[in-house]
Structures are given as C-alpha cells and as structure tokens.
Design a protein around this ligand. Structure first.
Ligand code: HEC
Ligand code: HEC
Length: 214
C-alpha cells in the first residue's frame, strides 16, 4: 500500500463516520442500488447540495470554469472513478482532495442524491471529455470565450489555420507549446483515436463564421 492510498483509506473511514454517522467495515455499499436511473427529485436534491456546499470552488453546471481553478469541474469528474465503486471512491477522492477534511453535511441519501446529480450532468461525448479534461485550462473551447492561457489559440479558429490533414499530422507528431508562464515547453501528442475525437469536437462547435478544419 502506498502512503497515498493508506492516507486515502484512513480518510475514507473518517469520511464514512462524518457522512453516515457510523463506521462500517470499509467494504463500501452495494453498487447495484446506485445504477438505476434517478428520479428528477433526487437529482434536484443533489443539485441543491452541490450548489450549497461545492459551488464556491467547483463549476457545478454544464459549462463555465471553476471559481477555484484548482477544483475540477463537476461535469467531467465521474470519468475518474470506477463506476462499480463510485460512491466509495468519490467520498475517498473528496477526503484526499480536501485537506483539512471539511465538514460536508450530508447523509447517505445526500450521497445518493449528489451522485445522481453528478451523473445527470456528465459530459458523454469523448471529444468534449478530452478537451474539457486536457485542453480547456489553456484553450478556449466554446463559441465566444477567451483562452485562459494567453497565446493558446481558441479552438473555433483552428479551421482558419489548418486543414484536417495538417492538424492530424501535427497532433500525431506532437505540438510544442508553452506549459506555463515561466516558459517551460511541453509536447502534446494525441493517439489516432484521440485525434478523431478531437476533430469531432471541433465539428460540434463550428459556426458559419468559424468553420471546423476541412
Ligand atoms: C473550498 C473549496 C472547495 C469546496 C467547497 C469543495 N471542493 Fe472539491 N476540490 C477542491 C479542490 C481545490 C480540489 C482539487 C484538489 C487536488 O486535486 O489536490 C477538489 C477536488 C475534489 C474531488 C477530487 C477530484 C478528483 O477526482 O481529482 C472531488 C470528488 C470533490 N472535490 C468533490 C467535492 C464535492 C462533492 C464538494 C461539495 C460537497 C466539494 N468538492 C467542495 C475544492 C473544493
Ligand atoms: C498548458 C497549456 C496548454 C494545454 C493544456 C494545451 N495546450 Fe495547445 N497550445 C498551448 C499554447 C501556448 C499553444 C501555442 C503554441 C505556439 O503557438 O507556439 C498551443 C497550440 C496548440 C495548437 C496549434 C494551434 C495553432 O493554430 O497553431 C493545437 C492544435 C493545440 N494546441 C491543441 C491542443 C490540444 C488538443 C490540447 C489538449 C489535448 C492542448 N492543446 C492542450 C497551450 C496548451
């Protein structure tokens, strides 16, 4: 067991105590009850919890950046968790990520509601997921937003600069970009599947003024 996973396990048992008021055997709850589609009232309860307790740091809706740039946006957060042990891992992840352990106030129903809400807002298209997770902290990915990182081109302009074939070649061999303001450079390379997903994404944001690469 690594130090990190040991801390995670300790925090999990703590989190279980805080969140449910009882210490269980640490094996988590059965996932089957969580996979059923959720009713709108449960989703709404979860949204209310997220609004009250998470929104001052995390972007909790379908768009926008997090108020705290270090806090991941909720619309892609579940992609990091194993679906079969989602509840346990999510709480585990919260325990590790939020030090010192904040006093989140919700009971087991609240956990279900929060997960139901998170499920309801998850991005499902692979291309959007890719750019939200790996590119959006630098590049503008919408129709009229500004790139967070100066010098990183908004994706809506790529069609004016590149053909599909050129962009494919560039992404396959790697694009050299600045990593941060200190001028550290990094090479960004995508697999063929990721390139297809990325090109699909560019298509999904095209407008007559800003066509996707041809
Ligand atoms: C005070 C600001 C703040 C609040 C409030 C907050 N978070 Fe976070 N959260 C963060 C930050 C910052 C991180 C990233 C920490 C890191 O990766 O080291 C994070 C990370 C997480 C992670 C781990 C993400 C991952 O997989 O890497 C989860 C899950 C999470 N938060 C859920 C929640 C939920 C649910 C709430 C509301 C009940 C909440 N957070 C409220 C700041 C906050
Ligand atoms: C840390 C910030 C950062 C991240 C993350 C990032 N980029 Fe970039 N990217 C840049 C910068 C800065 C440039 C401009 C480099 C230059 O012109 O020298 C750039 C340039 C590009 C270009 C060339 C644009 C042009 O018209 O010349 C493409 C395409 C690109 N990035 C795609 C991506 C993709 C796809 C991702 C995510 C998988 C990504 N980038 C993630 C900062 C970033």
């Amino acid at each position: 067991m690594t130090a990190r996973s040991l801390i995670a396990a300790l925090l999990l048992s703590l989190a279980t105590t805080v969140l449910t008021g009882c210490v269980d055997d640490g094996m988590g709850t059965s996932p089957s009850s969580r996979s059923a589609p959720s009713d709108p009232a449960t989703v709404e309860d979860g949204r209310a919890i997220a609004e009250a307790q998470c929104s001052r740091c995390h972007a909790i809706g379908l768009e926008g950046m997090s108020p705290n740039p270090a806090a991941p946006v909720f619309r892609t957060i579940l992609s990091r968790y194993d679906q079969d042990v989602l509840e346990r891992e999510l709480i585990d992840g919260m325990g590790v990520a939020h030090k010192p352990m904040p006093q989140f106030q919700f009971d087991p129903q609240g956990t279900d509601a929060l997960i139901a809400y998170l499920r309801s807002i998850q991005v499902t298209s692979p291309g959007r997921l890719l750019v939200e997770e790996r590119c959006a902290r630098c590049h503008a990915i919408g129709r009229n937003d500004t790139s967070p990182y100066p010098g990183a081109q908004p994706y809506r302009n790529l069609g004016q600069r590149w053909t599909r074939a050129q962009l494919r070649d560039a992404l396959r061999s790697g694009i050299i970009a600045e990593h941060d303001a200190s001028g550290v450079r990094f090479q960004m390379k995508l697999t063929d599947q990721e390139i297809d997903d990325f090109l699909d994404f560019l298509k999904s944001i095209e407008t007559p003024d800003h066509p996707a690469p041809r």
